[in-house]
Design a binder for this molecule. Sequence first.
Ligand SMILES: *[C@@H]1O[C@H](CO)[C@@H](O)[C@H](O)[C@H]1NC(C)=O
Ligand SMILES: *[C@@H]1O[C@H](CO)[C@@H](O)[C@H](O)[C@H]1NC(C)=O
Ligand SMILES: *[C@@H]1O[C@H](CO)[C@@H](O)[C@H](O)[C@H]1NC(C)=O
Ligand SMILES: *[C@@H]1O[C@H](CO)[C@@H](O)[C@H](O)[C@H]1NC(C)=O
Ligand SMILES: *[C@@H]1O[C@H](CO)[C@@H](O)[C@H](O)[C@H]1NC(C)=O
Length: 452
Amino acid sequence: MFELGMAYKNFLMCIIIFVFCQRLGHTKKGQRIAYNCWLYTEEMILECFLARLDITLLQLKVPPNTTNISCMHSQLDNANLFQSHILQSAASIEFVNLAYNELTELPEEFFKSNRNLTEINLRNNKLATVPRNLFQFLKELRLIDLSNNFLTSLSGDTFAMNPKLQIVELWKNQLQFVSEELFRNMKEMEKISLSRNHLEFLPSNVFMDLSNLQDLYLFKNKLKCLPSTIFYGAPKLSVIHLGYNNLQILPEDLFAKNMQVTNVKLWANKLTCIPKILFENHKDLESVNFLLRNWGIPINLRQRFSNNQAYNTIYDLQRLLQMYGNDTCIQHSCEWDKSSSTLDCSYRNMSSVEKLRNFCENIRHLKLNGNRLRDSTEIASLLEMQQEVRILELQNNHFSGKLNERMLEKAEYLSSIDLSANQITEISEKFFKYCPFLQVRFFKSYAHTVYS
Ligand SMILES: *[C@@H]1O[C@H](CO)[C@@H](O)[C@H](O)[C@H]1NC(C)=O
Ligand SMILES: *[C@@H]1O[C@H](CO)[C@@H](O)[C@H](O)[C@H]1NC(C)=O
Ligand SMILES: *[C@@H]1O[C@H](CO)[C@@H](O)[C@H](O)[C@H]1NC(C)=O
Ligand SMILES: *[C@@H]1O[C@H](CO)[C@@H](O)[C@H](O)[C@H]1NC(C)=O
Ligand SMILES: *[C@@H]1O[C@H](CO)[C@@H](O)[C@H](O)[C@H]1NC(C)=O
């Protein structure tokens, strides 16, 4: 008890000293307008730090010429009141920093009076969502920081009206999915961070037309694979952080359009294959990290390569890639039609779909006819990776006897399945219960259609 008490006192002392120094640091003349809130009229700044805006918000008054509002760690929880009482009167603010507060939601009109905003910091709040129109009038916006909130999704047009965005911080949220529209047409974008989210897949064109993007942080997600063209639209990429994901293979042309790449982190993935030519023409490369957990690649490659060290330089990386790298990591020979999202692997003499596990586009129509497939459990795990499949063609394969009753468990959107011309003798009642949209089923050697 005593120890705890002491620790608590020390903690309080630290905070007091910290706040005191904060105040001392201010040479500008301020007027205290509420508990731990100051107004600096000459500099046109409102600043609260460790204030109690849950209680004292109405004591604040800001002149219309205010340009900066910074209210951090101040227990702000009433967004509506902050809007009507502060933001509306300080119409010309350019910078607003509301980090480390208790905001759980923001009204759509929150920034409607503040059309000259260039930087918005909302990190470390409790936002589970932001209205899709929240930023719609902010033509001058250059920075948005929404990191360390509880965002589970963002509408694809959230930033559609902010063509001047340069920095978007979205790290440490709970995003499972990023719309391919989210960063569309942002010619000035320099840095995007999506680290520490729950992303498993990225749409292949999510970084399209980001001609100025230099830093991309995707650290600590659950990425299973990367479409080979994912970085094609961002030719100036320099720093790419992909550490701590679940990547198994890298397409050999992954960085083919990113000739200015300097720093690539791929540590703590599950790599089993690195293409020889991954960095073939990358003259600016300074550092590449393949350390930790990448058990499937030779130890010589499972290293950090950097020009700032005596051995394992980028020159060594190139040499070792020639020795231990793979010619290709993409092993299937199927045809991909992007416009219809169809993957055609028919008549390829395949006895397993193992090689499709790293196929990184969302397949809607999967053709596997005329192969030698026999393992329905393996199909189940492929469908777990490919949950968008609508049409599944498996006719004329070697399935026999009873099918795994959970083969379609993850194929939630399946509307049509063709298993005709196999030797299936039994299908469990539960087999179809996972597929509410299933309308067409072909089973025997003749077509037997059931409309349900
Ligand atoms: C901003 O407005 C306040 C009050 O309206 C005024 O006292 C102050 O001088 C103004 N600041 C500047 C820099 O114009
Ligand atoms: C306002 O805030 C921005 C961003 O925090 C800062 O760069 C700028 O110097 C501030 N302006 C003034 C007058 O303090
Ligand atoms: C925004 O900035 C422009 C140009 O500096 C200025 O004319 C306009 O009055 C500002 N708007 C507001 C609401 O302060
Ligand atoms: C990649 O090459 C290594 C040897 O350098 C080999 O053991 C491994 O099986 C290859 N992986 C693939 C997917 O071809
Ligand atoms: C199909 O694959 C099997 C085993 O890999 C092989 O024995 C057979 O010759 C192949 N058939 C054709 C037509 O390529």
